[in-house]
Design a protein around this ligand. Structure first.
Ligand code: ATP
Ligand code: MG
Length: 254
């Protein structure tokens, strides 16, 4: 784990009188897989929304690959190299799986090959490149048989994998996954976990993963950040975190 890909520095987010995120700091290294866990309402999704530019932090900074990205719009953040999936799957219902994944490829960085071609207006080539990249991830994640089907017609497990494929097609350096395994059965969870590990390794992408399934998270990540009532209460290896009295208290206490 060398230089950090992402540094969250003293992040706070208020909603009216509610301090949903309270002075949270953590970092993610190159190729690192980090879990972000905590009880319902702890502030996990709000942290994701702040990183991804969907809400403005009340205070604090988000630094991505050495660059302050605090307050940038989500499209700029996607171009910079962060993609995300959502707690409730958000695929375009009127588009096929392939078209959905192509959307992810179009969102890729301005400096990428695709964008440089787009600038000179060769849209055919752009589309072809996006399709090639989409098909590569569709094949890699085992979705080829479903590529031409309407995305929202698929079972939930496959929709969640399609969402991951769309995120990966943007060739991110960091992927934010908000409860990617919610609603999946054990077999589907295992498949998704294996795909995430393989995809992260192949693409050189760091992962920040939120999930309530502790077994899944602890088996997948190098390090866990635990939040409770908006505050960070632990940041350590899975083994150390599960032994941490403050974490046990947060999950079992009051
Ligand atoms: N847009 C909003 N406006 C007002 N309050 C909000 C908003 N979004 C979240 N909150 C509140 O902020 C707190 C943190 O919510 P958040 O969704 O970040 O929690 P979470 O850790 O993702 O929970 P869960 O595990 O249930 O998804 C909660 O008290 C929630 O009700
Ligand atoms: Mg949430």
């Amino acid at each position: 784990m060398s230089a950090s890909v992402l540094a969250v520095e003293g992040l706070s987010v208020n909603f009216g009188g509610l301090r949903a995120v309270n002075d949270v700091s953590f970092a993610i290294g190159e190729n690192e897989i980090v879990g972000l866990v905590g009880p319902n309402g702890a502030g996990k999704t709000t942290i994701f929304n702040a990183i991804f530019g969907m809400i403005a932090p009340t205070s604090g900074r988000i630094v991505f690959r050495g660059r302050d990205i605090t307050g940038l719009a989500p499209e700029r953040i996607a171009e910079a190299g962060i993609t995300r999936t959502f707690q409730n799957v958000r695929l375009f219902g009127e588009l096929s799986v392939r078209e959905n994944v192509m959307m992810g490829a179009y969102n890729a960085g301005r400096c990428g090959v695709i964008a440089s071609i787009a600038r000179v207006g060769r849209h055919r080539r752009l589309e072809k490149l996006a399709a090639e990249r989409a098909d590569r991830w569709i094949a890699r994640l085992g979705l080829s048989a479903y590529a031409n089907m309407l995305a929202t017609g698929l079972p939930l497990g496959l929709q969640r994998i399609a969402e991951v494929a769309r995120a990966l097609a943007g060739e991110p350096r960091l992927m934010l996954l908000d409860e990617p395994a919610a609603g999946l059965n054990e077999v589907e969870k295992r498949q998704l976990a294996d795909l995430l590990l393989a995809a992260a390794a192949e693409s050189g992408c760091a992962l920040l993963l939120v999930d309530h399934d502790m077994h899944l998270v602890m088996g997948l990540v190098h390090r866990v950040v635990v939040v409770d009532f908006g505050r960070k209460i632990a940041d350590d290896s899975p083994a150390a975190v599960t032994r941490d009295p403050a974490v046990i208290e947060a999950y079992l206490g009051a």
